[in-house]
Design a protein around this ligand. Sequence first.
Ligand code: IMP
Length: 189
Amino acid sequence: MMKKIVFATNNENKLREAREILSPLGIEVLSQAQAGADCDPEENGTTFAENAMIKAKAVYDCVKMPVFADDSGLCVDALGGRPGVYSARYAPKGQECGKLLSELENVQDSDRRAAFRCVIAYVDRDAEFTVSGDVQGKIGYEERGTNGFGYDPVFMVGEKSMAEMTSEEKNKISHRGAALRALYDALSK
Ligand code: IMP
């Protein structure tokens, strides 16, 4: 039988990526709505791990089923690691890439390094833990591609932006892909 886990998120893109990775491994990922959890906990932690655990515990308390939550963001070297845990609140939805490009307008290539980071917190009756994943890249000079979401159009890995990749290509190298595979490994032990 497939193991069922609730993904504590209201982000459809994150949900899709989690299903693409975990369904073939025998884990059915339920949305909060499917699990009947109507909650949107405040993310008032100061680290990805803290925020992920806050979300996972809040939703676990509603559904009393195995839950995982993801807190993720983009850390840009030239900005001292910003926007980091504040990535979702950096700019109005759809304007995050434009704002980032203008903040980096005069920044040279060698200083445009950035990393996406994802921490997943898992909670069930007997256990709670976190796992994480990262992907290193560079902030490009223009928005490229229409796949993905958020900062994908400006996050370059080699010659391609993450929004120019198919979801299969992105999942193979992404921070969330790595964290989801680490979650699967931890649950398989
Ligand atoms: P949160 O984890 O829901 O607090 O928000 C994370 C934010 O980081 C998202 O709203 C996106 O702006 C950004 N982000 C996280 N993962 C990705 C990704 O895979 N691609 C592009 N942007 C991402």
